[in-house]
Design a protein around this ligand. Structure first.
Ligand code: SAM
Ligand code: SF4
Length: 314
């Protein structure tokens, strides 16, 4: 359906947990988040009911996110329940990849169509530093497991952080020469723990175009501008919420793990969905879509949301 600004809304990012087995420095505090009572988090049935109502309102694609969706108990039931919704064209999942070695095949069997795997560095020491607790080898094994399980067109999502990984851009681009993956560079957004990081950490993805003039532009996809190196098997995506906001073309709504509909990642406005069922739930989602903010105001300062990224679903 159309929102109040005439944009088609057909994409739901559905968060299944706030919890994560990593503590990425820009996303979560070192101590993690307080584990909430089980009852505060949407149940498997509620998540599927919300998915069904969203599809009735025009959603065609659902992405499961978090926190880390693969630490959520019942994640396979959630996937199966959503996949069974008629009218849903695509079920995707964003993961840090660490649990894919054992879960890639079951996720595929449960009906997940596509995976995005977050990977900010290809160096083991840096990986440990940015995630505080993770091991790069787990994610690299996870990527292989995903390919073995039949996931095609894998997307690797890399948050570009000045002074941390901008000297690895060439290494990431080199991956696209050998593999049919899309490596996507995402601008760091000032929210939560990184809201007060130094300006030099926030690099425009245009830096990549300036440094690598061989990149040839191809068709955009969603919010990503896309490029390819001559002879490459894979592609490169640039996602620039800071330097070129894509609000005018935004097709998304979000639902947090505690059941709040958010029209915009960066807005304070939230609409509770819990307690609504059937037509009432659909009406609540329609109200949320109609109230979707026109744009965010990141370029004028920090995000307006009081939540950290893991509490929204990045
Ligand atoms: N745990 C999963 C993962 O890491 O892929 C899913 C949730 S995570 C919040 C989703 C994405 O948001 C990740 O790619 C992460 O790097 C990104 N992210 C988190 N905080 C961010 C920020 N401040 N700016 C840009 N991207 C951010
Ligand atoms: Fe966890 Fe993903 Fe946030 Fe990293 S970015 S702490 S993996 S939710």
């Amino acid at each position: 359906m159309l929102d109040g600004c005439g944009r088609t809304i057909d994409y739901l990012r559905l968060s299944v947990t706030d919890l994560c087995n990593y503590r990425c420095r820009y996303c979560m505090p070192a101590e993690g988040v307080c584990k909430r009572p089980h009852a505060d988090i949407l149940s498997v049935e509620e998540l599927v009911e919300i998915g069904r109502a969203a599809v009735a309102c025009g959603v065609k694609k659902i992405r499961l996110t978090g926190g880390e969706p693969l630490v959520r108990r019942g994640i396979l039931d959630i996937c199966r329940g959503l996949r069974a919704i008629s009218g849903l064209e695509e079920l995707c999942l964003t993961t840090n990849g660490s649990l894919l070695p054992s879960m890639a095949a079951p996720l595929r069997e449960a009906g997940v169509d596509r995976l995005n795997i977050s990977l900010d560095t290809l160096r083991p020491d840096r990986f440990r530093e940015i995630t505080r607790i993770g091991a790069l080898s787990d994610v690299l094994e996870g990527i292989q497991a995903a390919e073995r399980a039949g996931f095609q067109d894998l997307k690797l999502d890399t948050v570009l952080i000045g002074g941390f990984n901008d000297d690895e851009i060439g290494d990431f681009l080199a991956l696209t020469m050998k593999h049919p993956w899309e490596v996507r560079f995402i601008e760091l957004m000032p929210m939560g723990p990184c809201a007060d990081w130094e300006k030099s950490c926030f690099l425009s993805v245009d830096t990549i175009l300036q440094r690598y003039s061989a990149l040839q532009q191809i068709d955009p996809q969603g919010v990503a501008r896309r490029y390819r190196l001559p002879g490459a098997k894979g592609t490169v995506g640039l996602i620039s919420p800071m330097s070129h906001d894509f609000c005018a073309d935004c097709r998304r709504i979000r639902v947090t793990a505690d059941g709040k509909l958010k029209g915009c990642l960066h807005s304070r406005e939230e609409l509770p969905l819990r307690g609504f069922h059937g037509k009432d739930l659909e009406d609540a989602i329609r109200r949320g879509i109609l109230q979707k903010p026109r744009r965010h105001h990141l370029s004028e300062g920090a995000s307006d949301t009081p939540r950290t990224m893991n509490q929204i679903g990045g």
